[in-house]
Design a protein around this ligand. Structure first.
Ligand code: PLP
Length: 353
């Protein structure tokens, strides 16, 4: 066993906080003053440190660059009306990151690095957590291979880091999505359940084709038959059909989203009908045609809830009537109220720092 990790802090000589316009925060355009780093070398984690945010130096033979041995997480911190700061469900991100790490042959990150390191980083940069409605501090933990070796094999050594960035709304308006029936995000036995770099690189080209045709995102379908609905862009996707909340079960092709889980938990708590089951594209389009499809929305940390107002399939746009968006509005408000400490945190989701 290794000794307890000692955290060292080197503070930035000057804060850049004055450059932040709290009333005009974009999505992840500015980064906070500090970052957290830890090294995994010789089979152990060491050198846990907070340093001024800045560039890092890597060998040109870095395997994360060549082969994508790299994983990440995404979560948010909120400032309550009384000035307290909380992070939303970080323990769930910690656990998921170690699931990704196992799949990508990377070492598990100890809780004292991920959780305690994150808390200390947020204490140092607490001014960067905005308190304007609709904003938050986005937290990006990530880990990547650092061996100087371009042979294809798992790296021995790794770096873990956390950077943070004040963020506003991810999507300014409801999104138009197209059902993807050619390209694939994830396959059975693949890496779809891991937040690993290559999954996102592979999604860029099909997303670009959809953008060219005027759509914001794709609805990914299963890689075998393109028959079942899986996710939308980098979000889970959920529907209200009739009076039932429907979403696909997570597995090796669908990422286990924490927002998705939070939405399901609230819906069940409210006594709503909830069905976690495979949903075919045919059923979805049929529900859209007959008016049974009331709501469609993406669920993920960046946007929380991204309302879908158009679903395209085989060249036809199906429009959703905004006046029927009852559940998604209610769940979005409930999540915001919990995260901002405005209502009871019944499920223990807020981690106060
Ligand atoms: C991160 C992510 C999600 C959403 O997960 P959250 O924990 O809710 O942020 C969904 N799908 C994919 C592919 C993702 O990468």
């Amino acid at each position: 066993m290794q000794d307890t990790l000692q955290l060292t802090i080197h503070k930035a000589p000057h804060s850049r906080i004055k450059e932040l316009d709290y009333n005009n925060i974009k999505f992840a355009r500015q980064y906070s003053d500090h970052m957290l780093l830890a090294d995994y070398k010789g089979g152990e984690w060491k050198n846990l440190r907070i340093e001024p945010y800045g560039n890092i130096s890597l060998s040109p033979a870095n395997p994360a660059i060549h082969y994508g041995q790299s994983i990440f997480e995404g979560l948010k911190a909120y400032k309550h009306d009384d000035g307290k700061i909380s992070i939303f469900r970080p323990q769930a991100n910690f656990e998921r990151m170690n699931i990704s790490a196992e799949r990508m042959v990377m070492p598990a990150i100890p809780e004292e690095i991920f959780m305690d390191g994150m808390r200390e980083l947020l204490k140092v940069d607490s001014q960067w957590v905005p308190n304007v409605e609709g904003t938050a501090l986005y937290i990006r933990p990530f880990m990547f291979a650092i061996d100087e070796f371009i042979g294809v094999r798992p790296s021995d050594d790794f770096t873990f880091m956390i950077i943070t960035s004040p963020v506003g709304a991810y999507y300014a308006k409801p999104v138009k999505v197209r059902v993807e029936t050619h390209y694939t995000r994830a396959v059975k036995g693949g890496t779809g359940y891991a937040k690993t770099a290559g999954n996102y690189a592979a999604s860029l080209y099909p997303a670009k084709l959809a953008h060219k045709d005027g759509y914001d995102q794709l609805i990914w379908t299963d890689g075998q038959e393109h028959k079942y609905v899986e996710e939308s862009g980098t979000m889970n996707i959920m529907f209200v059909i009739g009076d039932t909340l429907v979403t696909a079960p997570t597995g090796d092709t669908i990422l286990n989203g924490i927002t998705r889980d939070s939405v399901l938990t609230l819906a069940r708590d409210w006594g709503m009908n909830v069905e976690v089951r495979p949903l075919t594209v045919d059923e979805l389009i049929d529900a859209a045609k007959t008016g049974k499809l009331k709501e469609a929305f993406g669920a993920g940390t960046a946007a929380t809830i991204a309302h879908v107002d158009t679903i395209a399939h085989e060249g036809i746009d199906y429009k959703l009537d905004q006046s029927g968006w009852e559940f998604s509005e209610k769940v979005l408000k409930a999540l915001n109220d919990i995260r901002l400490g405005r209502v009871e945190d019944k499920f223990g989701w807020n981690y106060l720092i």
